[in-house]
Every structure is written in structure tokens, then in C-alpha cells.
Design a protein around this ligand. Sequence first.
Ligand SMILES: Cc1cc2nc3c(=O)[nH]c(=O)nc-3n(C[C@H](O)[C@H](O)[C@H](O)COP(=O)(O)O)c2cc1C
Length: 183
Amino acid sequence: MSNETNTIGLLVGSRRKNSFNRQLASLARTMLEEKGQKVEMIDWLDVPFFSQDDEFPTPEAVKKVRDEVMGCSVIWIFTPQYNGQIPGAEKNLLDWLSRGLEPGAGREQTAAYGRKVMITSAGGRAAGAGVIRNMTLLCKAMGMDVIGSAGLALSPESWGSDDVMKTPGVKEMLEGQIDTLLG
Ligand SMILES: Cc1cc2nc3c(=O)[nH]c(=O)nc-3n(C[C@H](O)[C@H](O)[C@H](O)COP(=O)(O)O)c2cc1C
């Protein structure tokens, strides 16, 4: 269900406080705000484990994150790669977002359906290729419109310092994605 706004929602798929992917999202936020864009950090860490038994009444934390998503025209996902896959907690959130807003709702009556999505991953030498592939397939299966993706292979200096900025090309990568987003 799409609501027309110009807000860009940033969704970090890591629960780690100093997450490299969170650092990328923070930088993207600053860069977007410098261009006068409205940005929302999507807050999902309270979302419970999905069960079809718990869908209705919808848990408050799920309602809140769905409202945040529906208030955005684009969702920009910053995802870690776990064994080539989407981390479990993040996949759980996406399962909630893929489900009907009301009992008996059709495939299109979800928070995710029809919404644009951009994907970024920071990780090891493969630059998140596995998770980007899987996230693209998942988002398409949820009826989302994948507008682009990019992966960052973190440098040894970043791994050693927990600082994403010690990898060359970070700003340039995000700048390219922002051009696509705003284009
Ligand atoms: C369960 C697990 C599996 C991982 N698998 C991969 C992997 O397949 N490829 C990779 O590049 N890094 C892998 N890593 C390392 C992550 O890239 C690293 O932990 C990174 O810090 C996660 O992103 P974050 O900093 O945004 O939380 C894995 C880490 C964990 C905890």
C-alpha cells in the first residue's frame, strides 16, 4: 500500500551498536539531509518473532514500524551479510512487512508492496554479493520495486578499527546511490 510522500526511510539490518552498515546509513542520512531530503531512521528492534498466530491483533511494535515504512516513498536497506544470507532478525522484520495489514487482506495490502527499495551492504571480500542477491529476490517477491544496489568490501583497516571510513570510496558509493534515488 503506497502513501505518496518524499521521505526516504533508512533501515539498518544489524543489531550491532557500532555496525558498519549503521555507520553507512548515518553517513547517507547526513548526505541526504545536506541535499534537503527528508529522512527517517526506521526503528524495528522491538519487533517480535513472527508467528501467524500473533498477526491479529497486530502487535504495537509491528504497527509502528509498518506506519514508518508506509510514510516513506523509498526504503534504503543497509544490510549485513551472514553466511551469504539476510540476518535472521532482519528477515523476521521483512516477513512482518510482507503480510496483510488486515485479516483477509490481499497481496497488495501490505506495508511493503509497491514501495521502492535501494539496497547496500558492507562486508567482506565479496562486498555482500550473496545478501544483495538474496535481498533483491526477497524484495521482488514482496512486490517491492528494487531501484538499485551496491556493496562495499571493507578494508583491513576498517575491520581493525570498526570504522567504515577507513575503506576507500565510501562517500562515492553512497553518492552514486543517492543520484539513483533522487534521479
Ligand atoms: C553469523 C555471521 C555470519 C557472517 N557471514 C559473513 C559472510 O558470509 N560474508 C561476510 O562478508 N561477512 C560475514 N560475517 C561478518 C560480517 O560481515 C561482520 O560481522 C559485519 O560486522 C556485520 O555487519 P555490521 O557491522 O553492520 O553488523 C558474518 C558475521 C556473522 C555474525
